[in-house]
Design a protein around this ligand. Structure first.
Ligand code: NAP
Length: 266
């Protein structure tokens, strides 16, 4: 997986924006952000269709992540949901298929259904989203549950809760962490302390926020951008390395959770 991908929440909701959304994703792919994150939920399938159009003719160079609803996590419903996503995306296999959030179907049934999709060649690997440590513990104690490849969670400068224990837990077990809303849904772009730090570095606040989520290995960030200027700026974040002094300033402006486990284990 590339460390910096492209989010798609709110894409595919409005036909008049579709061409611009496809163009934004293609630009991001051209700039090396070759992971695309989507979900059957986004735009009621519309975002998967936008992704399908953006990757047409260049599927081989793209890592496609999509998510299924918890109410589709049963044996029968998951096979149908997966076929629906494959059809909208216009691809033969999903690279990473995630349970969008914990639900009421047993993890044992969901994992078995996911493993069947792997055997059928419809998905390459699977993972979860919005799972806390207790959820992950339950998962890895389910048959084949230790095959979980990733956990996609809310993680940005203003939302550091996963640093308390989840990041270290995932790091220890080589479960990839995908940081969603790395710009706190855009709000970080206007944060005064972040703006001051970014100005000193000759970068934008969004670039600093993204570089911060990527400061440790084992974390992938998936900012969403429809504006081409935003896409270009975000791609630039890969080149930004934050020094110790900047990280300390960021810690003062956005304090980590109290009692957190050391990140060094990631
Ligand atoms: P985000 O990426 O933190 O922020 C997106 C917002 O920031 C958009 O309004 C975007 O505007 C703006 N933006 C992007 N680049 C910018 C830049 N360089 N400067 C200033 N503003 C910028 O929020 P998100 O969409 O919630 O999260 C990212 C992705 O994570 C989602 O799209 C989705 O794929 C995934 N996600 C997953 C879950 C889950 O439950 N698993 C939940 C939420 C999100 P423009 O679009 O106008 O460029």
């Amino acid at each position: 997986m590339t460390r910096l991908g492209l989010g798609t929440w709110h894409m595919g909701e409005d036909a008049s924006r579709r061409a611009a959304e496809v163009a934004a994703l293609r630009l991001g792919l051209d700039l090396g952000m070759t992971l695309v994150d989507t979900a059957e939920m986004y735009g009621d399938g519309g975002a998967e269709r936008v992704v399908g159009e953006a990757i047409r003719g260049r599927r081989d160079g793209v890592f496609v992540v999509t998510k299924f609803y918890p109410h589709h996590a049963s044996r029968a419903a998951l096979a149908k949901a997966c076929d629906g996503s494959l059809g909208r995306l216009g691809i033969e296999a999903i690279d990473l298929y995630l349970l969008h959030w914990p639900g009421s179907v047993s993890l044992a049934e969901t994992v078995e259904a996911l493993e069947r999709l792997v055997d059928a060649g419809k998905i390459r690997r699977w993972g979860v989203s919005n799972f806390d440590v207790a959820d992950m513990e339950a998962l890895v104690h389910t048959p084949a549950g230790e095959r979980v490849a990733a956990n996609q969670v809310l993680y940005n400068l203003a939302r550091r809760g996963v640093e308390y224990d989840l990041l270290a837990w995932c790091g220890k077990r080589s479960v990839e962490v995908m940081a969603y809303s790395p710009l706190d849904e855009g709000a970080l772009g206007a944060h005064p302390a972040l703006r001051a730090i970014a100005r000193r570095l000759g970068a934008t606040p969004a670039q600093v926020a993204i570089a911060w989520t990527l400061r440790k290995p084992g974390v992938v960030a998936i900012p969403k951008a429809s504006d081409p200027a935003h896409v270009r700026a975000n791609a630039g974040a890969l080149k930004l390395v934050l020094d110790a002094e900047t990280l300390a300033q960021l810690d003062r402006a956005f304090p980590p959770p109290r009692g957190k486990r050391p990140l060094e284990v990631i």
